[in-house]
Design a protein around this ligand. Structure first.
Ligand code: SAM
Length: 284
């Protein structure tokens, strides 16, 4: 078995296979040996069946997942990593590498065909350029997931883990909290990767809720309102919603008053319950 945290081993494997790091694919591979076991343990606490990894890299986290889970489906978009992975993962019979863009794959279909009857979760050191799209796609597709344990840039973790209704919150905070409970697990320094990125990271875990904390009749429409409210952060929610949804400002103000809010309120002050109250008073 390869020691995938050892720089000499990594260098030899990569040069033998003619691999070059791609910045645009977010290729920062983990070399800190304590991180992958902790991530895999955190995912396994919530689910014991199948796990989906996004971005296998050279397989350092994939191995730890394969030691714990019954079945591992691991996406890797870069076909130049496939010969590396077939070497590093050769000891395991429960891993399937999927050489596709995760954002262009029907994950519901994949889970139904490859992991039917299993509890399923996601565990990944995410390529940073698609952090929010991946998390939102996993949540909005209503996949039958127990949890999502991911490494993200520290700033993204701060935003995702902020309390809805607090200064650091954004549209993604509200969306994530609608579908899941969110916790920050542990920090990871930039020196834990090769090549080393410019910023530190954090591992966070989203445990999917059985049902959302507020009830809305049309989720797509509800999140249009949330996104519009955060669209122009320096403006009041009334101005931002009016511009974002093309509704006259006086109508937005009427809905704010009817729901009991100050007309100068800003989006970051809204809790999910507040957004739901406003949504129910606004015609759009
Ligand atoms: N899991 C490895 C680790 O921890 O060392 C690699 C993580 S690296 C941050 C992200 C990986 O995702 C890269 O190997 C990259 O090629 C892959 N990747 C980037 N975009 C992808 C996409 N759209 N679909 C699937 N894999 C992708």
């Amino acid at each position: 078995m390869y020691n995938l945290s050892d720089m000499a081993t990594i260098r030899e494997l990569l040069s033998k296979n003619g691999f070059r790091f791609s910045k645009s694919l977010g290729q920062n591979f983990l070399i800190n040996p304590s991180v992958c076991p902790r991530m895999a343990d955190a995912a396994f606490e919530t689910c014991k069946g199948g796990v989906i990894e996004i971005g296998a890299g050279i397989g350092v986290l994939t191995c730890e997942l394969a030691k714990r889970f019954f079945k591992v489906l691991s996406f890797e978009i870069d076909k130049t990593l496939l010969p590396v992975l077939s070497e590093t993962l050769s000891d395991f019979g429960n891993i399937e590498i999927i050489n596709e863009d995760v954002l262009k794959t029907d994950l519901n279909e994949l889970i139904n065909s490859k992991m039917a009857g299993m509890d399923v979760c996601v565990c990944a050191n995410l390529p940073y350029y698609i952090t929010s799209p991946v998390i939102m796609c996993l949540l909005e597709s209503r996949l039958p997931l127990k949890s999502i344990t991911v490494m993200v840039q520290k700033e993204a973790a701060d935003r995702l883990c902020a309390d809805v209704g607090s200064r650091n919150a954004g549209a993604v905070t509200a969306a994530v909290n609608y579908y899941a409970t969110v916790e920050k697990l542990f920090p990871v320094s930039k020196g834990s990767f090769v090549p080393s990125p410019k910023v530190d990271s954090s591992v966070i875990r989203l445990v999917i809720r059985d049902k959302p904390p507020v009830c809305v009749d049309d989720e797509t429409k509800f999140f249009r309102l949330v996104r519009a409210a955060f669209g122009q952060r320096r403006k009041t929610a009334a101005n931002s919603i009016s511009a974002g949804l093309s509704i006259p400002k006086n109508e937005v103000e009427k809905a704010l008053s009817a729901a009991g809010f100050d007309l100068n309120i800003r989006a970051e002050s809204f809790t999910l319950e507040d957004f739901s109250a406003l949504y129910n008073n606004l015609n759009f």
